[in-house]
Design a protein around this ligand. Sequence first.
Ligand SMILES: C[S@@+](CC[C@H](N)C(=O)[O-])C[C@H]1O[C@@H](n2cnc3c(N)ncnc32)[C@H](O)[C@@H]1O
Length: 341
Amino acid sequence: MIKSYQHITGELNTLLNEKNLKKIKSRISFLKKELTDLQDKKNNSEYLSRDLDQIYEAHTIERAKYYIKRLVRSFSEIKTGKHNDLNLNRWKEYNDIITDSIWILDKRDKSGAHNGGYWGNFIPQIPNQFLRRYTKKGEWVLDPFLGSGTTLIECKRLGRNGIGVELLPKISVLAEKNISKEENPFNVKTEVINADSTKLDFKSELKKINIKTVQFLIMHPPYWDIIKFSENKDDLSNAKNLKEFLSRFGEIVDRTYPLLDKGRYFAVVIGDKYSAGEWIPLGFYTMQEVLKRGYKLKSTIVKNFEETKGKRSQKELWRYRALAGGFYIFKHEYIFLFQKV
Ligand SMILES: C[S@@+](CC[C@H](N)C(=O)[O-])C[C@H]1O[C@@H](n2cnc3c(N)ncnc32)[C@H](O)[C@@H]1O
């Protein structure tokens, strides 16, 4: 019975000494039947099964052994990406990693400590996708708008260390609570700092935990005043006008810039705003703030936008308003991905 990749590798290596193509094929078809028992079959068995088919369909023993050797190599030689732990020799198996610029994410991941309770939180799949593609296990992630702690919950799950900053004391406590509910299988550190990210001395905060830099930055700021998070004047959702919102966001980009290692990535999740009959492209304005500060744009991702509960009940009304007012209803938000050059 197939128990693991080591087991398959052992079986395949034995076949390399076999001189009879028929015998190789019969062993391969046996391995295929057993494949369903492989534990992580959800992600891997489809591709492994195709690799085994290729061996089975070979017309010559030389070709069959060529495919066997290639398959063995893909298990034994790990070729990881520069900034992640993905094994590029088995790249076809990462079928849940998105590489397109349109993200349609229908169901929120509510497993483990994740819960959709905080109004204005992001779907956990966002940090999940980025942490797996742009960080390695044991590296450090910084989120200056932590909210309910989604990023740090993902850090715990994926074995990355994380620092999150949240302005509101109540929400920092909520984040701590949420994060503590998640198991910590990789024994990573997660730090929640209750502070204003526009004023925080990030460098000395990092010093306190004996690190100088982080390897990934993620920011999910308020979409200006679309959701008022508090009455606190330091809250970006209380910026008096667009200029003030952008300059305070820019201040945080400035403060965090020196902390990110060169060549590493930075994601900003933000939506646009509609006000007094005009579409305000908040997303593109914030993107410009980041570009001004020396980052390179790597991707603009358009993600479907979940309707808030309030909006859902007013769906008909919004449709009427859109038809009458000559505008389109928001169904998307942006994720801008930058690289520090
Ligand atoms: C869009 S929410 C982030 C939600 C988060 N991604 C999550 O999944 O829960 C933005 C957060 O930024 C916080 N915030 C606003 N101004 C801030 C500031 N100056 N410094 C730190 N946090 C701030 C708000 O209190 C709010 O919790």
